[in-house]
Design a protein. Structure first.
Length: 374
């Protein structure tokens, strides 16, 4: 639902009832991920898309029906249909499970509070029950930021706390995902499936080395939605004018900056200096941090020498296995722009557990099934 947060926030402020159709599961190839929503208000206004056009008409009609009936949430599956593919199926061959429910903002003020947080760019999550006891399906709990504050309730304090813990864990990783809770008598005797919609702060890309490759990579990182910092100890090179796409340019020894800055499991660390006096203390620190990606530029000979020096500095073999060096995928890249694309492609593949191989050489679904958390 957070893909249409601006409009939903406005409808909530206007106390305008609407039907919300949300992708709660995906099978095979599908154009949009779980958590994507369409909403329809009582005047027939629609916003959002869940399939890129394949099943929007059928979903729109289901939303209108739910609004008219004012009944319990409805669940529907849309898959490929040989007879009527363009009308009710996905031409890409996948299947979607969709939950459609009526939202009355006056009765659910917590949703508007969470959406306000999202439109202001602050981290927030909405935990939506998508399977379980009928009385709970469609209910939602909001979590603001990474603190303890919650908005709304499911049905009990223990259950609320359990779901909120899962939502906070996903907020820390920046992932929207399904989680399974309960079924063990601990505040929830029956198992629940909860879809946690996450709006997280932008992930960070830390680029060390104020070189031409860093300028191109900062542009690629900005395009991918990263908050990009370029850091170099040399003030003559580390200037905002040389890196217009960076959100921040820092003049400091790289390892000292990394020691004091905030990182998380989504942070990408890209070391482009290939200068031992910068690289070794920086990589020694980076490989021990809970970041998502650490890559270093240099030839294969440089890489072997770098490994030797890192071992001498006390870096373990397990930590060295996490170093992506030479940095980037083998695209035959030449020059800063192509090299930046190579690095960005590796970061994407690493984050999504992709192979980096051409799709023509694969046989399975193009879009991987989201990993469930339990």
């Amino acid at each position: 639902m957070l893909n249409i947060a601006d409009t939903l926030h406005r409808w909530c402020r206007e106390a305008r009832p609407f039907a919300l159709a949300t992708v709660i599961d995906v099978y095979g190839s599908a154009p949009l991920p779980i958590g994507t929503s369409v909403a329809v208000d009582q005047d027939g206004n629609a916003v959002g898309s869940i399939s890129g056009g394949c099943v929007e008409g059928a979903v729109y009609e289901l939303c209108q029906q739910v609004l008219r009936d004012q009944g319990a949430p409805q669940r529907a599956r849309f898959g490929y249909s040989d007879d009527d593919a363009f009308a009710v199926g996905l031409t890409c061959g996948g299947e979607l499970d969709v939950l459609v429910q009526r939202i009355d903002p006056a009765a659910q003020p917590h949703l508007g509070a969470v959406l306000a947080h999202v439109v202001q760019g602050r981290p927030a999550a909405v935990a939506q029950v998508v399977a379980g006891p009928p009385g709970l399906v469609g209910s939602a709990l909001g979590v603001l930021g990474h603190g303890v504050a919650t908005h709304g309730t499911l049905n009990s304090g223990p259950l609320d706390r359990l779901v909120a813990e899962e939502a906070r864990a996903l907020l820390r990783t920046g992932r929207t995902a399904r989680v399974t809770v309960g079924g063990n008598g601990d505040g929830c005797p029956e198992p629940l499936t909860v879809l946690v919609h996450v709006h997280a702060s932008r992930p960070r890309m830390l680029v060390f080395g104020a070189v031409d490759f860093a300028a191109a990579l900062s542009q690629a990182g900005r395009f991918l939605g990263y908050r990009v910092t370029v850091c170099d100890a040399r003030p003559v090179f580390a200037t905002a004018a040389r890196f217009p796409y960076a959100d921040q340019v820092v003049v400091e020894w790289p390892h000292r900056y990394l020691e004091r800055t905030e990182v998380d499991a989504r942070t990408a660390v890209c070391v482009l200096t290939h200068d031992d006096k910068f690289d070794i203390p920086l990589l020694r620190l980076a490989l021990g941090l809970p970041v998502g990606y650490v890559g270093a530029m240099g030839s294969r000979r440089t890489h072997q020498e770098r490994l030797r020096l890192l071992r001498e500095a006390g870096v373990s073999e397990e930590q060295l296995a996490g170093l992506r060096s030479p940095i980037g995928l083998d695209l035959g890249a030449r020059g800063p722009e192509e090299t930046a694309l190579s690095i960005a492609a590796e970061i994407i593949a690493h984050a999504n557990q992709g192979t980096g191989l051409p799709l023509t050489r694969g046989t399975g679904p193009i879009h991987r099934r989201p990993v469930a958390v339990s």
